[in-house]
Design a binder for this molecule. Structure first.
Ligand code: RUQ
Ligand code: CUA
Length: 666
């Protein structure tokens, strides 16, 4: 949505309407009891976890609501020096792709897993918008445990949205691109012939959560923007908003704003899955990485997949339809009953609400207005429940409170608008500060919203916080939606650029948190399960340090006989068996990040010393009163020297608990 900020030069559309405007009365908007409503007393927990996409910082940020307190930055698509994610040998494979190791992405949307259309607290899915990927986060450990790359895609924006029992996670490509098995080295102005818009259906293993790219649909070369699955009566369907039905490949702000209506595409995913089962679709040869985290070895593995089944428009004839939707739709949201589908045209002065029942009837009656690239287009009126008139300017996204109300963010007029889904009457509007993008109600896109709060995630926040140089903090704003009128309660700054978010009651997952990993279950090939087993082993120019950490020392903590030209692997096992006692590990001159090792876990830091000398190492996490004593030395000699390889703790040669042994010296 950043691009909307830049629309100011357009000659086609009413320009002033497109940059966010600043509402009046910014200081007086907070109600009298706001402070009390967001105050979470010291020592008390927040009511909700709020998972907020990090946008261009590539991570997911976890806040408590209603306090707005930041609890954690959860690394997903970007390396995170704070805990060594993407730097340790174990986590590097998580960020492998068919383009090699990628240390960053642009994270936009999140979906909490669901059972029977209700949030179930098992997993959180996240999309990578730049190099198309979907990640799964385990809510027991708050760790990214799987990342799947998506072939035939570019700009994985309408992702990751999921079906009501988490059977599939769906991802639609934002950029139409040539298929991977066709030559992509073609003139850009051959867009109309060569470019396709592909939808990916990722099957989810119901027990493990494991992801597998079940199939794709090769749809017309249009830009898919957002998506939501149907639920309950519409549970077999997926709805995607599409813009650029003009198929422009340059100056889209003008050229993709020509048509009065673009589309919402309705896809029957159950039928599509049956077609694939029946052998329809062609096998496309391509490459995409599948990275999985194994908590028994505390290590990730990356495998390259080679093939995907792709259904064509022809295959999907009876299972894929277009609904016209004014005008460059962005958000695509389905109400808790599954009956109403809301399209939010960024340039439209109204909000169209479609009826699932009417859509089904229109398909049965063949009430079509023609075809778009082989896809039947349902007549607008035939699928329309009605239009919300004069809702505000620049509608983007809609969430639901489960009481029959919808809440839509208005980017241009900077407000949240509450309206009744059935009679389409606007009930309330409250300013945001400013230019709201996504909004979120806990459970607000599920079949059973938790309601109570609404959070607006704003794109521009000019004068809310102390200024911080050329870039200012972006904000989230919390509203109380328990009454007839929304009440602004709180502003809090966010990290990166916030897009979509999810929230669920804290007690749904707080009790299931993993507190530490059992050392006995540690199957890491370089685990050291007690100090007596600690050792240093040279294999040619590779040196493996089997190291342990426990309050407040490493074993070994003195190592000599490392030579310039060696590749040293510190495999550090944290022997603690207690909640919240990580140890850190860092050594002078190491060219990556620290390790932050959870209790019972083994992590590996690769270190290639460049020059002879004395190299201190230490624990980075203040773990005890004698944390500062948790340190040691590694002596590095010139290449080819014959300093013996020795290692020790407490200089005790004969103490098996604190071994000093002479290793090989060759
Ligand atoms: S976007 S502000 Cu979800 Cu990337 Cu709408
Ligand atoms: Cu271990 Cu500080």
């Amino acid at each position: 949505m950043k691009s909307l900020k830049l629309l100011g030069l357009s000659t086609v559309v009413a320009i002033t309407a497109l940059t966010g405007c600043k509402p009046k009365g910014t200081e007086t908007a907070v109600s009298g009891d706001a402070a009390q409503k967001v105050y979470v007393a010291p020592g008390k927990y927040d009511e909700f976890y709020n998972f907020v996409s990090g946008g261009f910082n590539g991570q997911v940020n976890v806040y408590g609501l209603p306090s707005g307190r930041l609890l954690k930055v959860l690394p997903v698509f970007s390396v995170n020096p704070e805990n060594g994610y993407g730097y340790s040998e174990e986590t590097k494979p998580m960020l492998e792709t068919s383009h090699g190791f990628i240390p960053w992405d642009d994270q936009h949307h999140l979906s909490l897993s669901q059972t029977n259309a209700e949030v179930d607290g098992r997993w959180l899915f996240a999309n990578a918008n730049n190099t198309p990927r979907v990640a799964r986060i385990d809510l027991k450990t708050f760790k990214t445990v799987e990342i799947l790359e998506l072939p035939n895609s570019a700009g994985n924006h309408s992702s990751p949205f999921l079906t009501e029992n988490t059977e599939y996670v769906v991802a639609g490509t934002r950029f139409a691109v040539p298929m991977d098995d066709e030559n992509g080295d073609v003139p850009i102005d051959s867009f109309k012939e060569n470019f396709k818009g592909v939808l990916s259906f990722i099957g989810i293993d119901q027990q493990t959560g494991g992801m597998d790219l079940s199939f794709q649909i090769e749809a017309p070369g249009i830009n898919f923007d957002l998506s939501h699955a149907g639920k309950k009566k519409s549970g077999d369907w997926f709805f995607f908003s599409c813009y650029n039905s003009e198929k422009a490949n340059t100056l889209l702000e003008v050229n993709a704003s020509q048509n009065d209506k673009d589309f919402i595409m309705a896809v029957n995913w159950k039928k599509a899955a049956e077609l694939v089962k029946a052998g329809k679709g062609r096998k496309v040869v391509t490459e995409y990485a599948h990275n999985t985290w194994d908590e028994s070895t505390h290590s990730a593995t990356s495998t390259m997949k080679k093939e995907v089944v792709v259904l064509s428009v022809e295959d999907m004839k009876e299972a894929m339809f277009m609904i016209p939707c004014p005008k460059s739709p962005h958000g695509c949201d389905v109400d808790p009953t599954g009956e109403y589908i809301i399209g939010s045209g960024k340039l439209a002065a109204l909000i169209p609400v479609f009826s699932f029942d009417k859509m089904i009837k229109a398909i049965a009656d063949k009430n079509f207005a023609g075809e778009y690239d082989g896809v039947q287009v349902i007549k607008y009126e035939a699928a329309l429940h009605g239009e919300v008139q004069k809702p505000g300017l620049g509608p983007l996204h809609t969430e639901f409170d489960g009481q029959g109300n919808a809440y839509t963010s208005m980017f241009v007029s900077s407000e949240v608008v509450k309206w009744n889904i059935k009679d389409l009457k606007v009930l309330d509007r409250q300013p945001t500060f400013y230019s709201v993008g996504h909004l979120m109600i806990p459970g607000g896109d599920s079949g059973k919203p938790f309601g109570k709060y609404l959070v607006a995630y704003n794109k521009i926040t000019k004068d809310r916080y102390l200024p911080t140089g050329p870039e200012l903090a972006q904000s989230a704003q919390l509203y109380d939606i328990s009454g007839d009128k929304m009440k602004l309660l709180l502003d809090f700054p966010t990290f990166g650029e916030p897009h979509y978010a999810q929230a669920l009651p804290g007690d749904m997952i707080s009790k299931n948190q993993v507190k530490f990993f059992k050392i006995a279950d540690n199957k890491h090939p370089y685990a050291t399960k007690g100090e007596a087993e600690s050792k240093v082993v040279r294999e040619g120019n590779k040196v493996h340090v089997y190291m342990t950490s426990i309050r407040s020392h490493f074993a070994p903590d003195n190592i000599e006989g490392i030579r310039v030209g060696d590749e040293v692997y510190f495999h550090v096992t944290n022997l603690e068996q207690d909640w919240d006692v990580p140890h850190g590990f860092a050594i002078k001159g190491n060219q990556n990040a620290e390790l932050l090792i959870m209790p019972g876990e083994t992590c590996t830091l690769k270190w290639v010393p460049k020059k002879p000398g004395m190299y201190p190492m230490y624990c980075t996490d203040f773990c005890s009163a004698l944390h500062q004593e948790m340190q040691g030395y590694v002596r590095v000699s010139p290449a080819g020297s014959n300093t013996p390889l020795i290692y020790s703790l407490n200089n005790k040669k004969d103490n098996a608990q604190s071994p000093v042994k002479e290793g090989e010296t060759k």
